[in-house]
Ligand binder design. Structure first.
Ligand code: DP6
Length: 361
């Protein structure tokens, strides 16, 4: 696939006003994207479960301007109120996607967004937020470009979402999305996330993710800054190779439903992500004491019960507990009795694997 494919030829007509709305879920990576090349090209391929309950709902009203503006004309409302501090991120996004959606400067945009999870939860909303916004923009474009198919709409939304935030390109479809070239994954691409093209054991279609909210504070190092610390990192090349190898192994695991191997691979990926944070220059630690207490507790519980619960981590202190639906009852009790005490105000969010974004307006 090439970027040129996403540059439109010409539009038929420009409506005076139109409103579109999409709900887009968050996702949790099993093999992590960490490190990038210019233009939001990942340094290694990654794969994630698409979530369901953690989502951003965004509507965009497009109002035709009398004449094209030199700069972006838009308002951003978050949970009903204007939110000026989000605007620079959106402007950067518009700057990156301008070439692919040239109609943007013909319109004034009213963007209204809200999250299903508390903003202060420490859950990154960039994947769900950027994918919802990208879907709204491409959906509007499909009205002025009659040649656009629904398949292309999703592909282009993933392409644009990636330019907003890399992992956002994996939030369009479900239940598993792969992003980044891999020699054994047909159709894999650095420019877009693809719906995982191989057979998946039924157990993974109903997998659960409970997000334990360990620390709701601002991260000391943003993901974007973290990615750039992979440049010149002493272990970078081996880490990128390892991600390729882990995707190979995961292909077999996803097909056979081998949960023992799944647990090992997923936890090793999470710890590797944090290990490279701790071994870069400058080094840093995003885990908190309670992150480690939770990990120890999971290992003890798994040993005692033989259940298949495991953890993964994002670039933060929160812990994602992954487990099959059939183990929900035992895990629920374990969380209430053992793990909730390590969460800020005892808070956690129950989620599960989902089917991707949906249009609502
Ligand atoms: C640790 O997608 O947030 O969650 O492209 O700079 O916006 P930017 O980074 P982002 O990085 C996500 C990193 C991760 C791993 C993953 O989701 O694969």
């Amino acid at each position: 696939m090439s970027e040129v494919e996403f540059i439109p030829s010409s539009y038929t007509d420009y409506p005076k006003e139109a409103k579109v709305g999409w709900r887009s879920p968050s996702n949790i990576a099993l093999v992590k994207y960490w490190g990038k090349k210019p233009n939001q090209i990942p340094a290694n391929p990654s794969i994630s479960f698409t979530l369901s309950n953690c989502a951003t709902t965004t509507s965009v009203t497009f109002k035709k301007l009398d004449e094209q503006v030199a700069h972006w004309s838009f308002e951003f409302l978050f949970e009903g109120a204007p939110k000026e501090d989000f605007k620079p991120k959106i402007e950067t996004f518009f700057g990156r996607i301008e070439k692919y959606v040239p109609f943007l400067k013909e319109y004034h945009l009213v963007i209204e967004s809200s999250n299903s999870f508390p903003h202060s939860s420490g859950i990154a909303s960039s994947a769900s937020g950027m994918s919802a916004l990208a879907l709204c923009i491409v959906d509007f474009e499909s009205a002025i470009d009659q040649t656009m198919t629904s398949d292309f709409l999703k592909k282009k939304a993933s392409f644009l979402a990636r330019l907003g935030s890399g992992s956002a390109c994996r939030s369009i479809e479900g239940p598993l999305v792969e992003w980044g070239e891999h020699k054994n994954i047909i159709g894999s691409d650095d420019l877009v996330g693809i719906s995982y093209p191989y057979q998946i054991h039924d157990i993974f279609r109903k997998y659960r993710d409970t997000i334990l909210l360990v620390d709701k504070g601002e991260k000391t190092v943003s993901s974007t800054a973290g990615h750039s610390l992979m440049e010149g990192h002493p272990f970078a090349e081996n880490r990128f190779k390892q991600a390729h190898a882990n995707l190979n192994s995961l292909k077999e695991i996803l097909q056979t439903g081998d949960l023992k191997r799944f647990v090992e691979l997923v936890e090793s990926e999470a710890l590797t992500l944090h290990a490279v944070m701790m071994t870069g220059q400058p080094y840093y630690i995003l885990m908190k004491p309670n992150t480690l207490r939770i990990i120890e507790s999971i290992w003890k519980f798994r040993k005692a019960t033989g259940l298949n619960i495991c953890f993964t981590l994002d670039a933060g202190a929160n812990v994602h507990l992954l487990y099959p639906d059939s183990e929900s009852v035992e895990v629920k009790t374990f969380i209430a009795d053992e793990l909730s005490k390590y969460c800020q105000n005892g808070q956690y969010i129950n989620d599960h694997v989902g089917e991707g974004a949906a249009k609502y307006i």
